[in-house]
Design a protein around this ligand. Structure first.
Ligand SMILES: [Zn+2]
Length: 334
């Protein structure tokens, strides 16, 4: 599992925030700024204490700015590389300008977009951190969140070739000096997506997480308390698991005929049991009620006769023994 932090600072002063349409993202547009200034405060403000001030008051969070991204990746004033979300993910950004030959722009087609703040494109450490780590993980998170195909992750230059954006060379012009291209970039996004990306959002003094596994836990399922003996059925063994999930760790094995005590039942088919293999969860479909104790069977008639025969023999032997004892006691010989 990968982790990223996203600071949320919506551009409420921008025309884009006030007027742009909302809709579900259909793709991702990857941009870099094309200017040598890796500091976020050039584009993102007002200063929250981490960004540092913009002395020219020319961030994209101002009326009249004709460019506005959903997010920016760059340096805080202390040099830390991080991500700022500046529009809701579903709001159309202003990054690709007009499409060509009547093709709607990537903005209009609902491609969520971000800018990575460029430096002089010669610093490998910054490139690996901002582009190949933060931006790749952001793409993977958005692909997960909106079920986007990784092939719908495209840079400005690719979108231009498709007639969906103005003629710019970003971000490919920054990948190339470090030996990458957009298909390699997408492969990195696939890798991140398969590992899963969990996000910690920070907005003022509020924080929360979002991601494939470490999302806010849903209310744990309430089980029904029971107390009943069940017997393990089936042909093979039954896994006793640490959690009520087929992917949970197996902590023991139960075999057909083993009797367990079910103490909780869950609506999705899991049961919590006490067993000879310990306590844990099993699929209740593999348990059956313990059969009623069968009544003591009456012996069959020939068996009864055999038993009677032995009893008679025993009786005869006993009589003989008693007689013998009497002889010993009385000294009488009959
Ligand atoms: Zn661009």
């Amino acid at each position: 599992m990968r982790h990223i932090t996203i600071h949320r600072l919506y551009f409420t002063n921008s025309d884009c925030f006030k007027t742009s349409k909302h809709g579900t993202p259909h793709g991702i547009q990857v941009h870099s700024t094309g200017a040598n200034n890796p500091y976020l405060h050039r584009y993102v403000g007002p200063d929250d204490g981490l960004l540092g001030p913009n002395q020219y008051d020319n961030t994209h969070n101002r009326p009249g700015a004709n460019v506005c991204a959903n997010a920016y990746i760059g340096k805080l004033k202390d040099g830390t590389v991080t991500i700022y979300q500046t529009l809701p993910w579903g709001q159309h950004c202003w990054l690709s300008a007009g499409g060509t030959n009547g093709t709607p722009s990537a903005n209009a087609q609902g491609f969520v977009g971000f800018e990575v703040c460029e430096d002089n494109r010669k610093n490998r450490d910054y490139f690996m951190d901002a582009v190949m780590d933060k931006s790749v993980n952001l793409c993977a998170y958005l692909c997960w969140k909106y079920s986007l195909d990784v092939n719908a992750v495209m840079d400005h230059s690719e979108l231009h070739r498709l007639g969906m954006a103005s003629d710019h060379g970003d971000i490919s012009w920054w990948l190339k000096p470090f030996g990458y291209n957009m298909s390699m970039y997408r492969n990195e996004v696939r890798k991140a997506l398969s590992e899963g990306v969990c996000v910690t959002y920070i907005e003022g003094d509020k924080t929360w997480t979002d991601g494939p596994e470490e999302a806010e836990p849903e209310n744990p399922q309430e089980g029904t308390t029971v107390n009943k003996q069940m017997i393990v059925t089936g042909d093979g063994y039954l896994n006793l698991r640490a959690e009520p999930s087929k992917s949970a760790t197996s902590i023991g094995k139960l075999y057909p005929g083993d009797v367990v005590t079910v103490t909780q039942e869950f609506s999705d088919g899991w049961a919590f049991v006490n067993s000879s293999a310990g306590q844990g969860y099993v699929m209740e479909a593999y348990l059956a009620p313990v059969p009623e104790e069968a009544p003591e069977e009456a012996p069959a008639s020939d068996e009864l006769l055999e038993w009677l025969g032995k009893a008679i023999d025993a009786n005869a032997a006993l009589t003989e023994a008693l007689e013998h004892m009497q002889i010993l006691l009385t000294g009488a010989v009959g």
